[in-house]
Ligand binder design. Structure first.
Ligand code: LMR
Length: 390
């Protein structure tokens, strides 16, 4: 039967990891997959996480199953950081541990599809390339609309509101909580309030993907938009990733939070999340979540983690500032948030950068500023100039 299968293209973003590794040139620059690197080009295990792992190694006395909900204390400890103390304590809230933010997106989509078969999700473009496939695979009907003008590096906020004004009550709206992937262009506080009003007025269901909290303007600041929208919504979902802000990438650590209309509905949500977890992965992987829980349980480790995270965000901002200062035509990167900006550069330019200059970026022209060292800024600008990227 397998001969009936069509060959699938490999994920172009993940293929970049291998292509970069295979490039023997010493001065190559990796602006591809969304991974933080320090000024030495390393992606170290965060010291607070390492300390928690050391404690785990010493004290963990069983690896017996926890259940489809994963580590409940991890989900509870994380909730106020994501949602704020008030929403985290709401009887309308249900939460579950997931394999990374991707697992949360998939589970959230399946939950919505189970409650409302054929439900529609509105997705602003460009977006993370895996958003539409995951949401579709989870059973949702994806309607995309144009949300960013890359040539002008601006959020098309009016177009976004016009598109979402076509949405029907019960439709889902996928929003990036902060550090928009791929553009780094986030709504400002006033725009979040307009979105919150729209969601409330039209009975829409926000599904906020928060994968970079703390890597933009700050831990609290990066959650402000999400909290504004959640406060206005009757029902909402949050897909959360600890991959980047705890540096846990391959440990696949995330959570899904769902706000239901009332406590009874939240109970139904919780039981459905467990059932969906069971048929997908049975139980989420434990290690990363256990490490995060330990970090958050211990004041000294939590403070250390916050400090490390702030330093990472600071380095990203320094790279953005340096790039903008070095090249006025890149001034926009200084005003954008988080790991990514998306250059308006065509495919031939992207390929020439790879082939001739060893500069690797996503096929879309997305660059990961967190992968750039300050020492590489001049070389990057020269390479962009050489291929006529401006
Ligand atoms: C990215 O966008 O680079 C990351 O979220 C990694 C991934 O899984 O695509």
């Amino acid at each position: 039967m397998f001969e009936a299968l069509a060959e699938q293209p490999s994920d172009s973003l993940l293929a970049l990891i291998k292509a970069f590794a295979a490039d023997p040139r010493p001065g190559k620059i990796d602006l591809g997959v969304g991974v933080y690197r320090d000024e030495e080009g390393r992606t170290p295990v965060m010291a607070a996480v390492k300390a928690a792992e050391t404690i785990l190694l010493r004290e963990q006395d069983s690896k017996s199953y926890l259940g489809p909900e994963g580590d409940v204390a991890f989900v509870e400890r994380l909730a106020p950081i994501v949602l704020g103390a008030e929403q985290a304590a709401s009887p309308r809230l249900a939460g579950i541990q997931t394999p990374g933010g991707s697992g949360a997106l998939r589970l959230g989509a399946e939950l919505v599809a189970a409650a409302r078969p054929g439900a529609r999700v509105w997705l602003g473009m460009p977006s993370w390339p895996n958003h539409a496939p995951v949401l579709k695979a989870g059973g949702l009907v994806v309607t995309s609309y144009e949300a960013v003008d890359l040539a002008g590096q601006t959020l098309l906020f009016e177009a976004m509101i016009a598109a979402l004004s076509q949405a029907a009550a019960g439709d889902v709206v996928l929003l990036h909580g902060c550090c928009h992937n791929p553009t780094g262009i986030d709504p400002d506080a006033a725009q979040w309030r307009v979105l919150a009003d729209l969601v409330a007025r039209r009975g829409l269901v926000p599904f906020v993907d928060l994968a970079y909290q703390g890597l933009g303007r700050g831990l609290e600041e990066d959650a402000e938009g999400l909290r504004t929208v959640l406060a206005a919504a009757d029902e909402a979902l949050v897909a959360y990733s600890c991959d980047k802000n705890f540096g846990l990438y391959r440990d696949r650590t995330g959570a899904l939070y769902v706000l239901a209309r009332d406590a009874r509905a939240a109970g139904a949500v919780a039981s459905n999340l467990k059932a969906l977890s069971r048929v997908n992965w049975s139980m989420p992987p434990d290690h990363g979540a256990a490490a995060v829980r330990l970090v958050l349980e211990r004041d000294d480790l939590a403070a250390q983690w916050r400090g490390e995270l702030a330093a990472m965000a600071e380095r990203i901002r320094a790279v953005r500032t340096a790039l903008a200062a070095r090249e006025p035509r890149l001034a926009f990167v200084a005003a954008q948030n988080g790991l990514f900006s998306n250059l308006a550069i065509d495919r031939s330019g992207i390929e020439a950068l790879r082939a001739r200059h060893g500069v690797y970026m996503a096929d879309s022209g997305r660059i990961n500023l967190a992968g750039l060292r300050l020492a590489e800024v001049d070389r990057l600008v020269a390479a962009l100039d050489a291929v006529g990227a401006f």
